[in-house]
Structure formats: structure tokens, C-alpha cells
Design a protein around this ligand. Structure first.
Ligand code: HEM
Length: 474
């Protein structure tokens, strides 16, 4: 028998899921405990939500051929394409994941450190002094710029220089792609985009999208989102075609590497497959990190004692000594505990499976609830308090703390995101004195599948320190 859950009408469940999912999860947790079943109309199959570390362990250690994350992420097919790593399962997932992982680790990842710092410094230089501005927009600019360099590379003669997507001597094809991606993510995470994503069955989405490209269909409200996606696809395909023409010799960026890759039959990836993987990295690799950066600044500004400690550390430690940023690392971890931007991750069961001691039928969806586990009072004393001290000198347990998901599907960009966040935040804290924007209350708002601070997270820079350690030293 499935665990108990809300008996409200399906449509009522859906409305709450879209509008106020987190308070609703809290309410369900208080009523039903650490495991409950939800019925969502679109899925027509039971969704079992686990806030139980033993179940989380089963989900991380189970066979990925049985626990399908790609199927659970099916709503992303219309956004990222059917060949996106996020929606693949089985052999192909494994193969493409192995291929895409190395640039996001170790020395290959560290090679992007300088770009991360340069882009951040350039962005800080544009901030007004003494006037509120939305820092989330700024962190999005930084992380998009960084991921574009990582994906398309900085090795070619046209792509040198700190401002390659807009500036002298820069590949002119990247600027339009950056603008198209900003438009696509802004429209895609708007209220309409979010509702469309969450309420349209994945199999129906393609029809809906097609409809809005023809005749009067162009007037449909979601037309601009579909056109923004088409434009992004077109520009990514153009860049792929250009790289094919110009060759990949001497380049070790992700596009060149995927162009060189061959499957077990010696076949290269098709243009459509390449496009979907490029888009996946560009979208998953910037929005998530940008939002976590904004949340970290929010929590630090709300806790001046921690802000002072983390800032002192950032000003003390040299730019190449990221390992010494112990307090900053703890502040980022605590931010992802309290305000994880993705509240849960799912697996569709391809055969009957026992999870956390509960027998689930084939086809059901098991969700590991990041948000609820991270707030369990028995696992995290005084759970609503922001206290980075919890993480100082402690190893984390992947069944009680998992903002990046887990198992074979754990976030591909975890190390990269952590590295980037430390560089961006230490650069900001070393170079800028910050204050919360007066009179603005920050709330949590849904942006597509992620949860972000409201109003673009306004802050005020009270002073800039232009000569702080940084740029030259890395
Ligand atoms: C703070 C930043 C980030 C957070 C919180 C985050 C979170 C997540 C989560 C929760 C998942 C699902 C894991 C699961 O199902 O178990 C995921 C998957 C993924 N993330 Fe991230 N992510 C972040 C940054 C990045 C970056 C920078 C990249 C770019 C390289 C990236 C690329 C991906 C990809 C490709 C997947 C799919 C992995 C697979 O299915 O095998 N993410 N991420």
C-alpha cells in the first residue's frame, strides 16, 4: 500500500504545487510525516515524496537502469531538447555524461578561474555606488559569461580577451547567442513560462509549441517563449556548423570535444544532439549558480556578524588560495541547505522497487525532497536559523544534505559551481562593501523549476575598493 497523502482534488493539488509549493510541502510534512503520496493530474501515476535519509540512500545507490532520472525530468524535454543529458537514461546517458564530465573538474576546471574573476571584476565596475540594484541580474551575467567561455572555449584567436561575448576582437557570433539565452531564460522562467512548463504534459508540449509558429497561432500568449527557444537553437546550431568548418585542432573546450567524440559504432554526435547538450550546459550551468550566489548574499546581508567574518576572510586570503576560504565555503553550504534552489529530485521506477522500506509499483515516481530533509529539526537543530558554523570542519552526509542531488545523476557541474561561487563571492566581498536595499523585503519566488529571491534581490554597494587584491594575482 502506498503511503498516505492529501486527498484534495487533483486540480487543487496542482494549483498549490505551482503557486505555493514550499509552504505546502511543510504542511504535508507536518500532517503525514517523512513519506507521503501525492497525485498530480498530469502524471496519472503516484508520486511518493521522501524526506527520509534511508530512502534517499536507496535512491542514490540503486541501479540507474531502474531508477530513471531522465524520465522524471521529462518536463525539461521541451526546454532543453530530447537529447539533453538531463532527460536521457541508460547507456546513452552514461556515455554522454562520461564525455562531458572532465572539463568540469580538476585542472581543466581551474583553468577557468581567471575568466571567472575577470568577469566578476568587470561586473562590479558597472555597479552604482549608493543606489539599489538587482544583484541577481548581475550574477546571471557573470555565470552566463563564464559558462559560455567553458562551453565554446577561449582558445581560438577570435575569442581571446576578458570580454569575449561583447568587446573588441571577440567572436561576433557569441553576443547574439548570449542575448538570445537571456531572453529565453527570462521568458521561460516568467509566470507564464513556469505555468506552461508545470501544467503541460510533456507529450503535449511539442504540439503546443508547433501551433504557435503558424498563422494566427503566432498570437498565442506563449509564442514569444517558443520563438526565443527557436532563436537560441538556431544560434547554437550556427556555432556548431562554424566549428565544424573551422576545425577543432588545438582546442579543448566542450564543443570541440563533443565534436570529436565517437560512439561504440564509431559514429559522431549529430548536430541536434550537440545542440541539446550545449543548451543544457548553458542553461543548467548559469541559472542555478546565479541564483545561489544571490541567495548567499541575501543570507550574509541578513546576518551582519557572518558577513563581517566572511568578508574579513575574503580580504585576507589571496585569490589562488580558495581552499583557505573556509567560512565562505560554509556560508555557501548553509545557503544551499536553507534555500536550495531545486527543492527535490525524482526517479521514475522502471520496475517494482523497495525504497526506504516501502514497496513501490513500476511507473511510480520517487522524489528525494531536498527542501524537507534540509529542514528536519532532528537532523539540523534549529533548522530555520542561518548558521554556517554547522559546516565548518564537518564532512557532509549525502543522505541528509544533497542540494546537488545524488548517485549516478548527481549534478555534473557541482565542483565547477562550488569553485565558481567561491571565486565570484570572494571577489565581490573583497572589492565591494554591501548593504541590504532599504525597505525591500526579500521573498522566495518560483522561477520555472528553481526558487529565487524576489525582485532580483536588490542590494546597495556602499563603497567600492578598486585596488583590492585580485585581478593580477591569479
Ligand atoms: C549551485 C549550482 C547548482 C545546483 C544547486 C545544481 C543542482 C542540480 C541538481 C539538483 C541536479 C539533479 C541531480 C539529481 O537528479 O540527482 C543537477 C543536475 C545537473 N546539473 Fe546542476 N546544479 C548547479 C550547477 C550546475 C552547473 C554549473 C552545471 C554546468 C556544468 C550544471 C549541470 C548539470 C547537469 C548537466 C545535470 C544533469 C546531470 C545528469 O543527469 O547526469 N549544474 N544539478
Amino acid at each position: 500500500m502506498l503511503p498516505a497523502g492529501p486527498q484534495t482534488r487533483l486540480i487543487a493539488n496542482m494549483v498549490r504545487w505551482v503557486r505555493t509549493p514550499l509552504p505546502w510541502l511543510d504542511e504535508l510534512h507536518a500532517t503525514y510525516g517523512n513519506v507521503f503520496t501525492m497525485h498530480l493530474p498530469r502524471l496519472k501515476i503516484p508520486v511518493v515524496i521522501f524526506a527520509d535519509p534511508a530512502a534517499v540512500r536507496d535512491l542514490w545507490t540503486g541501479d540507474p537502469n531502474v531508477l530513471h532520472a531522465g524520465e522524471a525530468n521529462a518536463i525539461l524535454r521541451s526546454v532543453l531538447g530530447k537529447d539533453s543529458l538531463l532527460v536521457l537514461d541508460g547507456e546513452r546517458h552514461l556515455r554522454e555524461r562520461r564525455l562531458m564530465l572532465p572539463p568540469f573538474h580538476g585542472d581543466r576546471m581551474r583553468a577557468y578561474g581567471e575568466a571567472m574573476r575577470d568577469v566578476t571584476i568587470r561586473e562590479i565596475e558597472r555597479w552604482p555606488v549608493g543606489k539599489a540594484f538587482p544583484v541577481h541580474t548581475s550574477t546571471q551575467t557573470i555565470t552566463l559569461e563564464v559558462i559560455m567561455r567553458t562551453v565554446f572555449g577561449v582558445g581560438g584567436p577570435k575569442m581571446e580577451g576578458p570580454e569575449f561575448t561583447s568587446g573588441p576582437g571577440i567572436d561576433p557570433r557569441l553576443a547574439p547567442l548570449r542575448d538570445a539565452l537571456v531572453k529565453f531564460t527570462t521568458l521561460g522562467t516568467s509566470r507564464l513560462g513556469t505555468a506552461m512548463l508545470l501544467l503541460t504534459p510533456p507529450e503535449r508540449m511539442e504540439q503546443m509549441m508547433l501551433l504557435s509558429t503558424r498563422g494566427l497561432g503566432k498570437l498565442l500568449p506563449w509564442g514569444p517563449i517558443v520563438r526565443a527557444k527557436a532563436e537560441t537553437d538556431r544560434l547554437v546550431l550556427e556555432l556548431i556548423a562554424a566549428r565544424r568548418r573551422e576545425g577543432t585542432t588545438g582546442r579543448d573546450d566542450i564543443l570541440s570535444m563533443l565534436l570529436e567524440a565517437r560512439d561504440e559504432h564509431g559514429q559522431p554526435m549529430t548536430d541536434d544532439q550537440l545542440r541539446d547538450e550545449m543548451l543544457t550546459l548553458l542553461v543548467a550551468g548559469h541559472e542555478t549558480t546565479a541564483t545561489t550566489l544571490a541567495w548567499t548574499l541575501h543570507h550574509l546581508l541578513e546576518h551582519p556578524e557572518w558577513l563581517a567574518r566572511v568578508r574579513a576572510e575574503a580580504r585576507e586570503v589571496g585569490p589562488t588560495e580558495l581552499d583557505k576560504l573556509v567560512l565562505l565555503d560554509a556560508a555557501i553550504k548553509e545557503t544551499l541547505r536553507l534555500t536550495p534552489i531545486i527543492p527535490m529530485v525524482g526517479r521514475v521506477l522502471s520496475q517494482p522497487t523497495t525504497i526506504g522500506g516501502i514497496d513501490l509499483p513500476r511507473g511510480s515516481v520517487a522524489l528525494a525532497c531536498i527542501y524537507l530533509v534540509h529542514r528536519r529539526a532532528d537532523l539540523w537543530p534549529d533548522p530555520l536559523r542561518f548558521d554556517p558554523g554547522r559546516f565548518v570542519g564537518k564532512k557532509v552526509d549525502p543522505t541528509t544534505y544533497f542540494p546537488f542531488g545524488g548517485g549516478a545523476r548527481r549534478c555534473l557541474g557541482m565542483a565547477f559551481a562550488n569553485y565558481e561561487m567561491k571565486i565570484v563571492l570572494s571577489t565581490i566581498l573583497a572589492r565591494a562593501d554591501l548593504a541590504a536595499a532599504p525597505g525591500k523585503r526579500i521573498k522566495l519566488v518560483r522561477r520555472g523549476i528553481t526558487f529565487a529571491p524576489s525582485g532580483g534581490m536588490p542590494i546597495v554597494m556602499t563603497k567600492r575598493h578598486p585596488s583590492a587584491r585580485g585581478r593580477e594575482a591569479i
